[in-house]
Design a protein around this ligand. Structure first.
Ligand SMILES: CC(C)(COP(=O)(O)OP(=O)(O)OC[C@H]1O[C@@H](n2cnc3c(N)ncnc32)[C@H](O)[C@@H]1OP(=O)(O)O)[C@@H](O)C(=O)NCCC(=O)NCCS
Length: 222
């Protein structure tokens, strides 16, 4: 029985690569996974032995099965968070998934829909937001904060008290120095070392990280 909820079984939204990894994590963590929802795989009977319900999870919300939690395994940060909002509006319980190989401090706080992948570490007093992803072998150090819908990619490192804003991506093996803030919707490229704050919706790459794009300017340019 999963420790993080009284719900005995799980439906996973998204049956792509990320969803399949989440199904592995869920099973290792003790969840019976009763189905994937993903219209992209309509007509496919099962994936990895899990039944394909072949519908958008939102179409199930009106008749959500009893004693079943939802986990949203959609890679796109904005779409994942939007679906988490829909689930909340419909009183659908969101599971927290933590791989048994991960280390999560008892003083860390995990919001509904959060994911901690294999060999990741979430240290003391870290705060992991709703539908946030702490991916394989990444590190969230003491007092760091991952806001809702954000993604700490494989091997990335958030050092102490750093902040990753809502829906932001910290790319694979990128590092945030202590106390650095990355704004909402920003992207930190793979391998970057971020030495100064990143404004909302900017993209930075390199060592030290420098901007390559500002979504605000792109949108303003029409
Ligand atoms: C930063 C990133 C988002 C940019 O992607 P993009 O918008 O498609 O940008 P481009 O590939 O057009 O690259 C633009 C420029 O930045 C450079 N660049 C891109 N990513 C870079 C990186 N991670 N480090 C250093 N330079 C990088 C490119 O070489 C290119 O330089 P040029 O203009 O001199 O040729 C992407 O390269 C990246 O690093 N994504 C992170 C992926 C990841 O870790 N995902 C996790 C999945 S679990």
């Amino acid at each position: 029985m999963p420790e993080n909820t009284s719900e005995p079984s799980l439906i996973i939204a998204g049956a792509g690569g990320h969803g399949r990894v989440c199904a592995d994590v869920a099973r290792r963590a003790g969840w019976p996974v009763t189905g994937f929802c993903d219209p992209a795989f309509d007509g496919v009977p099962d994936i990895l032995g899990v039944a394909l319900l072949g519908v958008r999870e939102i179409d199930l919300f009106a008749n959500w099965p009893r004693d079943t939690a939802l986990f949203i395994a959609i890679g796109d940060n904005t779409r994942r968070l939007a679906l988490a909002d829909d689930a909340r509006r419909n009183d659908i319980p969101l599971a927290v998934l933590v791989d048994p190989s991960a280390v999560v401090s008892p003083s860390a706080v995990m919001a509904p829909g959060a994911l901690v992948m294999p060999n990741a570490t979430v240290n003391a007093e870290a705060v992991i937001g709703r539908a946030a992803v702490i991916n394989t072998a990444s590190v969230v150090e003491h007092g760091a904060r991952v806001d809702e819908g954000a993604h700490v990619a494989p091997g990335a490192c958030m050092t102490g008290e750093s902040v990753l804003g809502a829906r932001a991506l910290l790319g694979a093996h990128a590092t945030l120095l202590p106390g650095i803030h990355v704004g909402a919707g920003a992207t930190v490229g793979a391998g970057a070392v971020v030495t100064s704050d990143v404004p909302e919706r900017h993209t930075v790459v390199g060592i030290p990280a420098r901007p390559i794009r500002n979504l605000q300017l792109v949108h303003d340019a029409g």
